[in-house]
Design a protein around this ligand. Structure first.
Ligand code: 5GP
Length: 141
């Protein structure tokens, strides 16, 4: 599914849907997630509406990157957690449900609430790694 225009987060940013806002500047808006994984679960959203991160402008990305640590510190101080995850989903298969870029700040509390890490890992083959890294570098030129 692709988010229609305007997205639900644009409607929140515009004040047309209520939220518990924690931060706003020229480019960025942050508010509490309506279905928190843990106490303090916060969404940090660029005002620029792009469905996924790879479509976001450098200006909007930089603006989000600039404030993520500060908002994280505030979330930790307010929620009492010291550990946390920053999660960013892109595409339905990658668990994205709102198609407007957003970063989750999810505190990990002593009671276990927060993000769990369910992914099985594999060992990177050195030969395949060399080929893949070169292929990625070629797309960055
Ligand atoms: P995604 O799965 O796309 O990475 O995460 C979307 C998040 O947005 C979910 O955690 C969901 O709870 C949250 N969300 C969806 N709609 C609303 C809403 O109307 N208000 C708020 N505050 N959060 C929302």
């Amino acid at each position: 599914m692709v988010e229609s225009d305007p997205s639900i987060f644009t409607l929140i940013i515009q004040g047309n849907i209520p939220c518990h806002k924690v931060y706003e500047d020229e480019h960025v808006f942050a508010f509490l997630d309506i279905n928190p994984c843990s106490i303090g679960h916060t969404l940090v959203v660029p005002k620029e509406q792009s469905a996924t991160l790879d479509g976001l402008s450098e200006e909007a990305s930089a603006a989000v990157g600039r404030v993520l640590p500060r908002i994280s510190r505030a979330v930790l101080a307010a929620s009492g957690a010291t550990d946390f995850n920053v999660l960013q989903n892109n595409g339905e298969a990658a668990f994205q449900s709102v198609f407007h870029v957003h970063f989750h700040i999810i505190p990990k509390h002593d009671d276990g609430s927060g993000l769990t890490w369910p992914f099985a890992t594999t060992q990177l083959d050195p030969g395949e790694g060399a080929i893949l890294a070169e292929r990625i570098r070629s797309h960055l030129k």
